[in-house]
Design a protein. Structure first.
Length: 245
């Protein structure tokens, strides 16, 4: 994502939507990454979740060091002390997101499968759809993935992990998405904690296999949308990208 914004002209706007944003941890991480890399840019973020209750928690930007019942996951488990100091202010034993990170984020209730979502949000430079499509039946996940891809403007980027690989591969091939290959294995293996669950659990992480003829699409977590697959314009499958997650 840092590589994406580094190509932007000075003072321009980056539009980013994060779907199923949950408690906001991913949203703030993305905003911190983009604004730290390019403080001259206007980073406009839409954070969407189907639950208003979790959105209120995310919007407050105040986090306990303990696991929250709504999320049931320790959000500071993989964050360094340096990153905590950069992103948070300490307040009575809790951590509050710094004001400059909260600025410009619009939180709203929405369903990623809603066919009117693209009309509501408009075209985006970056769309993030991580770790929620795996909870759907394959047919529903496929329909939802095709729908949310409509949010990405031509030449923009879609980040999608935590999804049935058969579903993602089928939609990517059918739609002619360009896989981003640089760091493809590192991004695929980013959550190594679920490696042992494959193939016994739906969230299990399939081992990266370069012998598969479709490996470059099957294991890609980032895609450029709306450009020919062999295009040399912008950041394509032969260029560099670094996922902030």
């Amino acid at each position: 994502m840092r590589s994406l914004v580094e190509r932007k002209t000075r003072g321009s706007t980056v539009k980013c939507t994060v779907l199923a944003c949950s408690n906001g941890a991913e949203v703030y991480s993305i905003v911190w990454t983009l604004r730290s890399a390019r403080p001259d840019l206007k980073v406009a973020v839409r954070a969407v979740d189907i639950s208003n209750e979790i959105l209120e928690l995310a919007k407050a930007g105040l986090y306990s060091l303990e696991t929250n019942d709504l999320v049931n996951s320790p959000i500071f488990e993989r964050i360094s002390e340096r990153e905590i100091e950069a992103m948070f202010d300490r307040q009575d034993g809790e951590l509050r997101v710094k004001a400059w990170l909260k600025d410009g984020i619009r939180w709203q209730v929405g369903d990623a499968g809603d066919p009117t979502l693209a009309d509501c949000l408009g075209e985006q430079d970056i769309v993030v759809a991580n770790k929620f499509l795996c909870h759907m039946r394959p047919s529903d996940a496929e329909r939802c993935l095709r729908n949310l891809a409509r949010l990405v403007k031509p030449g923009g980027y879609l980040f999608v992990s935590g999804v049935d690989l058969e579903v993602r591969t089928k939609v990517a091939v059918d739609s002619g998405w360009t896989p981003v290959l640089d760091l493809i294995e590192e991004m695929h293996n980013g959550d190594s904690s679920v490696r042992a669950d494959w193939p016994w659990r739906y969230w299990g992480l399939e081992p990266f296999d370069r012998t598969r003829p479709d490996w470059n699409i099957r294991y890609a977590s980032a895609f450029q949308i709306g450009v020919p697959r062999l295009s040399s314009k912008g950041l394509n499958c032969c260029s560099s990208i670094e996922d902030c997650g």
